[in-house]
Design a protein around this ligand. Structure first.
Ligand SMILES: C[S@@+](CC[C@H](N)C(=O)[O-])C[C@H]1O[C@@H](n2cnc3c(N)ncnc32)[C@H](O)[C@@H]1O
Length: 207
């Protein structure tokens, strides 16, 4: 396992400013995001969660007083506890919604923060967050090599509603953000998703 932290994970970790009782890195795979947050001293306890047994077997050596290594579908976690941060990064939008639905069902999320970075169909995640009253603290576009990722920092305790397609992400109209907007607009046109017209309208407005 390489120990290097990607630009993407470094940038996501840097969004964590406050100190949490628990940080849950759900869909952790290598666990690097959670471990970086722990290294930055932003939590008392880190939970590394992934549903693949072989992945978690490789992380077992990290089990300690400060780190719990859990092999489980993230949707079934029922002990998040208060003052928690949940990170779900690097999975598709539909899988992320499945996990969020499960967490909502099984936990009191009133003071839980979430850092979410779906690798596709972010608009579906946005729609879910809007329907659940999970509001925005901040949102970001993070570019690492040739890939650009949407990252949402949300929670029930914030006041600003998440927007349908994340217009704010593109307002600076820099080359990278416009390139990303063009790419996803083309993608949603190709897949004939109705949201494509909203991305097209934004692109027209900005170019
Ligand atoms: C591409 S990795 C992302 C790793 C890391 N979060 C990152 O952003 O680099 C996706 C991981 O999500 C895990 N996963 C997918 N669905 C899951 C679920 N419902 N519960 C727990 N883990 C899940 C997969 O096993 C895989 O290891």
């Amino acid at each position: 396992m390489s120990s290097g932290l990607s630009q993407r994970l470094k940038a996501i970790s840097s969004l964590v400013q406050k100190n949490y009782t628990s940080v849950w890195d759900i869909c952790c795979d290598h666990g690097k995001l959670g471990l970086e947050i722990l290294k930055r001293d932003k939590c008392e306890k880190l939970f590394l969660v992934d549903c693949v047994e072989s992945i978690m077997a490789n992380l077992k050596y990290l089990q300690s007083e400060q780190v719990d290594v859990i092999c489980k579908d993230g949707a079934f976690i029922d002990n998040l506890g208060s003052n928690s941060l949940v990170c779900i990064c690097g999975v598709g939008g539909e899988e992320m919604i499945h996990i969020l639905e499960g967490l909502e069902l099984r936990n009191d999320l009133r003071d839980t923060d979430f850092i979410l970075s779906p690798h596709n169909q972010a608009y579906k995640v946005r729609s879910y967050l809007r329907s659940r009253g999970l509001n925005k603290l901040s949102e970001h576009l993070i570019t690492d090599r040739s890939w650009t990722y949407e990252v949402l920092f949300v929670g029930h305790q914030y006041n600003e509603e998440v927007s349908e397609i994340g217009e704010e992400l593109y307002l600076n109209s820099c080359d990278t953000s416009l390139k990303h907007l063009k790419k996803i607009t083309k993608h949603y046109h190709n897949t004939k998703e109705t949201i494509a017209s909203k991305y097209s309208a934004l692109l027209t407005k900005l170019t």
